[in-house]
Design a protein around this ligand. Structure first.
Ligand code: AMP
Length: 597
């Protein structure tokens, strides 16, 4: 593990991609399983594979207690060190440096010992038991190794290693084509496994596996209709951009799982969808969005929110906030097994569809490289038991647009229905897991913005640890004549703007409280957001979802910022919720596969 940590330090120290790749390739090439598996998994910045559902559950307090104990340092030592670098691994190394002596080299743990200890730590329950295992491990580590053990444990490796770079390094280490490495990683979702397959020349044996979530395809932002049509056209497919919970549905017989965008199993939160999917008569993988839906309408996200994170929701909440699965893609499918007897698929449409199906076969066909136009046809042919017939499914509503004017018109219509935007897809595109490619574009403009004044700033994280990049901002409460906080934003400004503002805020600090500085309320920022919620977290009584800084309004003075009354009015408008269209019954299907609707 010490050798791995030295490598990580050297990779972090260079900004040159080619040097990073060759350092990594030279390190990985001589390794054999199981060291290779552990080394590659750790380079992906995780204690376990990406698709592994295990979570370490180790909190800051446990790490702080273990580290200060080992170094006989005061309880606040780790916090102070962290304030200097905003890097927990670095802070741990600094505190452990206070130990009277470093452990002897013969006691240093190997890569596989660290991997085994991570498994052990995850398997025990309770902070005390986890802390004891961590203490045993760190006792054997020198400072450099301890730094990286903690970085991996907390998922904050930060050595400037993008996934593509790691793929290139694995390809170079074992002299394999990089596309084969990328494809194997997409299918397995496991960097360690991919490295082992590369070493033994078995990359092409990687298979998409049911109950192993694959990364989601993402969309790149775009605003200009003419640009979108020229990039994806001549004909583009347009879908509503639903505001629900993205979920990948895997089915294999009676086993059904729903995975969230971060690949966590969220099946227990939506038992009614799981039950409905059990009633299907094919195995495979769908991509789609979970939405609250009642009486033929999608309900606002605020309704769905009441179900977020709630495991095993009771009958009452299930009937109060019914949910459906709106499928927009089919990633793998097996032959129809047999007409299901489940109530979930007895709708006329599903029964029609089930007729004339193929023979039973448990193998599923991956469809990732098949064009969207064909994936959609095959999705429609599944005739999912639809919401309007008492089922739990719908298909995304689609239109085909073949000009910028038409796309603009559809966008305006969506905005009139209070949708934040549209998803525009290239019908010829393949499904690229984990990529924010150009096959899907999200066309969205902020619903509205508010002007706020910055009242506090904090040093950022990662590459922003030396600058004041996290802003707390406020609006004016006219009833009490004071500024009241409404949120925090970390994104939106350029590095140059942040550097300039850092100097300004340092000179205008009123009070410093640890990492936080209260500053003179003089800088006005325009803030874009997706949703306003009532919240007791901030003095204003409101919180913004996904706030981002649009620009600094140097043309505005602090007494021109928006008021709580304005926020209240916007909140009431947004309460009405967006209207989304779904294709809930076969009769309403308006697939552009058969031409523009
Ligand atoms: P964003 O979260 O703004 O990056 O937008 C991407 C998200 O839009 C995806 O992760 C999906 O959850 C969501 N989404 C909503 N509607 C669709 C759709 N019709 N097709 C694909 N993704 C969609």
């Amino acid at each position: 593990m010490r050798g791995w940590s030295e490598l990580a330090d050297r990779v972090a120290a260079t900004t040159r991609t080619s040097e990073k790749t060759s350092l990594l390739a030279r390190y990985l090439a001589p390794l054999e399983e199981p060291e290779l598996r552990a080394a590659a998994t750790f380079l992906a910045g995780r204690p376990f594979a990406e698709t592994d559902q295990r979570a370490m559950g180790l909190g800051w307090a446990t790490i702080a207690a273990v580290v200060s104990n080992l170094a006989s340092a005061p309880a606040g030592a780790l916090g102070e060190a962290y304030d200097r670098s905003s890097d927990l691994g670095q802070a741990v190394a600094e505190v452990l440096w206070l130990r009277p002596e470093e452990p002897d080299a013969f006691r240093w743990p190997s890569l596989t010992e660290v991997a085994a200890t991570f498994s052990e730590m995850e398997a025990v329950s309770g902070a005390a038991a986890k802390g004891a295992i961590l203490a045993d491990l760190l006792r054997r580590c020198d400072c450099l190794t301890a730094k990286y053990v903690v970085k991996i444990l907390t998922g904050e490796l930060r050595i400037g290693l993008r996934e593509g770079l790691l793929e290139a390094a694995i390809a170079a280490a074992f002299d394999r084509p990089q596309p084969d490495v990328s494809m194997a990683l997409m299918l397995t979702g496991d960097t360690g496994e991919t490295a082992v397959l590369a070493r033994t020349d078995r990359l092409r044996e990687a298979r998409l596996r049911l109950m192993h979530p694959i990364k989601f395809m993402l969309a790149s932002p775009a605003e200009d209709a003419a640009d979108i049509v020229s990039r994806l056209g001549p004909t583009v497919w347009v879908e509503d951009k639903y505001d629900g919970i993205r979920a990948q549905l895997h089915r294999k017989g009676d086993v059904v799982r729903l995975y969230s965008r971060d690949l966590h199993d969220i099946s227990e939160q939506f038992p009614e969808i799981v039950k409905a999917a059990r009633g299907l008569d094919w195995d495979g993988i769908l991509d789609g969005e979970i939405l609250a839906y009642a009486h033929g309408h999608v309900l606002p996200f605020l309704k769905l929110q009441a179900r977020l994170g709630r495991k095993d929701p009771g009958a009452e909440i299930q009937s109060e906030i019914p949910v459906i699965y709106v499928a927009f893609d089919l990633l793998a499918v097996g032959p129809r097994t047999a007409a299901s007897t489940s109530a979930a698929s007895t709708s006329a449409a599903a029964a029609n569809c089930a007729a004339g199906n193929g023979t039973a076969n448990s193998a599923v066909e991956p469809l990732l490289s098949v064009p969207l136009v064909e994936r959609r046809q095959r999705l429609e042919a599944l005739c999912l038991p639809c919401a309007d017939d008492g089922g739990r499914f719908a298909l995304s509503h689609q239109l085909a647009a073949d000009s910028a004017e038409m796309l603009d018109r559809v966008f305006d219509e969506a905005r009139a229905r209070r949708n934040e935007g549209l998803m525009v897809k290239d019908p010829q595109s393949g499904y690229l897991p984990g990529r924010r490619g150009m096959g899907w574009l999200k066309m969205k403009r902020a619903l509205t913005t508010i002007d706020c004044v910055v009242t506090g700033v904090e040093v950022g994280h990662g590459k922003r640890h030396g600058v004041l990049s996290d802003y707390t901002f406020a609006v004016r409460d006219e009833s009490i004549g004071r500024l009241v906080a409404i949120g925090k934003a970390y994104t939106g400004l350029t590095d140059a703007e942040i550097a300039e503002m850092t100097r300004w805020f340092e000179a205008h600090t009123v009070r410093q409280l640890g990492r936080f500085r209260q500053v003179e309320p003089l800088v006005v920022v325009e803030i874009a957001f997706d949703v306003i919620q009532r919240s007791s977290r901030h003095q204003s009584g409101f919180a913004l979802r996904f706030p981002r800084i649009v620009r600094i309004r140097s043309d505005k003075s602090p007494d021109e910022v928006d008021t709580v009354a304005t926020v209240e009015r916007l909140y009431r408008d947004l309460q009405l919720g967006a209207e989304y269209l779904v294709t809930a019954g076969a009769r309403q299907s308006r697939s552009p596969a058969s031409g523009p609707a």
